[in-house]
Design a protein around this ligand. Structure first.
Ligand code: E4P
Length: 214
């Protein structure tokens, strides 16, 4: 399973990329805004750190505007895919862009029917927001599981990105489902590497090593 980092923070991306576990990066307008830097500068820097798919989102509400924005964003780097919201205009834009060979990541997906439409329109990636579904009292991983099944049943080329990941259990559930990708916030990635028993075991090994005659 691929791990993407869900952030626009280049320090966090650089650190996690150094661990050798980051296959791509997803951003959104909220994540970009947190950085207080120009969109193009941030995206360009991310592309220089991670050699894999990098998602950058359009903000137009009409297909024509989305396509125009997408074409400009795609020029920044060959690894960029364009995040398009799952609305009717977004589907139109996804179809046009996929015909042009510009990869899209259809975002703000909260149901498997939305995911089906994104796949049919030619999305390269589809991103169900499991954490936000959980926040509303639903079960985001059920939606993710439905999408995994749908992709398998009909052999779509679209890859599933489990998004809005809130904790390490979401990641475990993602790979148990066979999701292609989980996009993980940096604090969740930090939690994934930690285990109390690792710390306790390591401390003991180092203490015992001191007793070995030198
Ligand atoms: C990534 O594609 C999404 O934009 C992101 O995972 C949303 O996460 P949030 O629900 O924590 O904002």
């Amino acid at each position: 399973m691929k791990i993407f980092l869900d952030t626009a923070n280049v320090e966090h991306i650089r650190e996690a990329a150094g661990w050798g576990v980051v296959d791509g990066v997803t951003t959104n307008p909220t994540l970009i805004a947190k950085e207080g830097r120009k969109f193009e500068d941030v995206v360009q820097e991310i592309c220089s750190i991670v050699d894999g798919p990098i998602s950058a989102e359009v903000v137009s509400m009409e297909a024509e505007g989305m396509v125009k924005e997408a074409r400009e964003i795609a020029k920044i780097h060959e690894n960029i895919n364009i995040k398009i919201p799952i609305i009717a205009e977004g589907l139109k834009a996804t179809k046009i862009l996929s015909k042009e060979g510009i990869k899209t990541n259809v975002t703000l997906v909260f149901s498997s029917n939305q995911a089906l439409l994104a796949c049919k329109a030619g999305a390269a990636f589809v991103s169900p927001f499991v954490g936000r579904i959980d926040d509303q009292g639903g079960d985001g991983m059920i939606v993710a599981a439905e999408i995994v099944q749908m992709l398998e049943n009909y052999d779509f080329d679209t890859e599933l990105i489990v998004a809005s990941v809130r904790h390490p259990v979401h990641v475990v559930e993602s790979f148990m489902l066979g999701a292609d990708i989980a996009t993980v916030p940096y604090p969740v990635l930090q939690k994934m590497v930690k285990h109390t028993l690792t710390d306790v075991g390591l401390k003991k090994f180092l203490e015992d090593w001191e007793k070995v005659p030198k």
